[in-house]
Design a protein around this ligand. Sequence first.
Ligand code: P6P
Length: 338
Amino acid sequence: MQEKNRTLGEFIIENQEDFQYSSGELSRIFNSIKLASKVVSYKVNKAGLVDIVGAVGAKNIQGEDQQKLDVYANEIFIQTLTNREIVCGIASEENDDFITIKGKDNGNNNKYVILIDPLDGSSNIDVNVSVGTIFSVYRRISPVGNPVQLEDFLQPGTAQVAAGYVIYGTSTMLVYTTGQGVNGFTLNPAIGTFYLSHPKMKCPKDGLIYSVNEGNYIHFPQGVKDYIKYCQQEEEDRPYSSRYIGSLASDIHRNLIKGGVYLYPTSCKAVKGKLRLLYECNPMAFIIEQAGGKASDGVNRVLEIIPTSLHERTAFFSGSYNMVEKIEDCIHKAYLAA
Ligand code: P6P
């Protein structure tokens, strides 16, 4: 069968061996995410037409205004995963604590937990800019049958069994990895089917795009300032282009395809960084590394950070391998010069 004609469902069936140790549960998780992303895609594309944009007046644990679509997306993903009884626990950006999903006969026998940012970049909703869903899947550590523990969620990114993102943009795309490379699927909204549109995605080792909110420049660490100045120098391959959508999935996706680097450093406004380690940085880092790129907190490999809390934040530099190395080099040199 032509690679590009394959549907997501056919691809999952043909690659069952990717889902190691899974008795079909991991493929069922993807089927659930597939369904939820179609429902959210429909609502996101109707956002301007129905009373669903705008904040609900509530705030999430991050202290951010919850947009109605944030709340809606969170409910949809939780419901589809709960209905299919395929995970034993869910942690979401929108929920203070993790949720335990009781399986049949009230047991906790399902083997996987999922961490999710159901609608990342939601501040873009009202201005019709793309938003995304980001998710990360782990095998539980606590024994089946027992209640799900926080330890099941606080695993390093290297333990992920799957990770992915959905972009609700000019088209709706699902990009994921199970550790066997990265593949992208585009939704045909006319028939509600995801088709393999980007097989075996690879991130160019170099790029000519840097993505950062330069409005925070004066607050950045010196090494990051040095790198941004490096990007802006008149040289053979520079200045680079500056592209920043303000929606992580979209910025990462563009850099993954074209080459480039995304930066969210620490600053006096975000002393530990802004992005959340568990359901933004780790899934993106897994995908980027699987595509041949690099993901760092400026010093360490993001996937090796040992989490200590569900909503912890980290500095995040991710994209083309050589560009992230250059950032680490600038940070190291500034450290030595301090
Ligand atoms: P800033 C969205 O809130 C998000 O978590 C990412 O999707 C995005 O890259 C970043 O924050 C934007 O943050 O501070 O530049 O608006």
